[in-house]
Design a protein around this ligand. Structure first.
Ligand code: ADP
Ligand code: MG
Length: 238
């Protein structure tokens, strides 16, 4: 379990301000959805927390430790992207074990950890399959197992189900919420789908042009939007 604190985070690319004065505190075990239109800075915030992008200014603290300048592999974060980017020439086991092998864990321990991660995502016994033989939903489950197997303190999910059909997306978001609550893992979940955010989040942060426009529990965002932008954005849900 871990707390995440973001202090006055900025990111500019040439003349574009992608992230503008973002402050955010995420409690132990909380799931926050970053919700906003395309280009509002959601991915850039996540990538900075994961260490894949350097902030122009500001700080990122995990359990009070400043990780702003640490490389991704030295941060206690696990990140899953929209495109799962599994290695298709490897088995499911190989994909999930990769990070554990880099850490030079003993073989038996790697086997145990990979199998528990697979069971957690409902793919027990799938280790010897090639990832190219799996369905889209199964591949996203493998990607999730790969981010969980390193036992991150903070889980970062960037529109993980965007490429899947509606039915599968709804199922997977329930599974992720269930796993997240069982592990008690502090999570940031990026989506541009209002229904997804309302269904999953402890709190929703609505983003606009790199700023947090409102942050509140889902029902408060829904009933008491603070700005017209938030009202309009949530209102587009049917
Ligand atoms: P979102 O995930 O909400 O769609 P992004 O964080 O991807 O938004 O992008 C926020 C803004 O930053 C956009 O205007 C985007 O074009 C810009 N941006 C993101 N990454 C880069 C980059 N590597 N180089 C230049 N501009 C970028
Ligand atoms: Mg994005």
């Amino acid at each position: 379990m871990a707390q995440l604190t973001i202090q006055n985070l900025h990111k500019s690319f040439a003349s574009t301000t992608a992230v503008d004065s973002v402050n955010l505190h995420v409690e132990d075990g909380e799931l926050i959805c970053l919700l906003g239109p395309s280009g509002s800075g959601k991915s850039t915030i996540l990538r900075m927390i994961g260490g894949f992008e350097h902030p122009t200014s500001g700080a990122i603290l995990i359990d009070g430790e400043d990780v702003t300048r640490l490389p991704p592999e030295r941060r206690p974060t696990g990140m899953m992207f929209q495109s799962h980017a599994l290695w298709s020439h490897m088995t499911v086991f190989g994909n999930i074990a990769f990070g554990l092998k880099l850490r030079r864990l003993p073989k038996a321990e790697i086997r145990d950890k990979v199998e528990s991660a697979l069971e957690l995502v409902g793919l027990g016994g799938y280790g010897t399959r090639m990832t190219s033989q799996l369905s889209g939903g199964q591949q996203q489950r493998v990607a999730l197992a790969r981010s969980l197997v390193l036992e991150p303190k903070i889980l970062l999910l960037d529109e993980p189900f965007a490429s899947l059909d509606q039915h599968l997306r709804e199922r997977l978001r329930e599974e992720v919420r269930d796993i997240q609550q069982r592990l008690g893992i502090t999570t940031l979940f990026v989506t541009h789908g209002q229904d997804e955010a309302l269904a999953m989040a402890d709190r929703i942060a609505v983003l606009r042009d790199g700023r947090i426009e409102q942050i509140a529990p889902a029902d408060v965002i829904y009933r008491e939007p603070q700005t017209e932008f938030v009202a309009g954005f949530i209102g587009t849900m049917n």
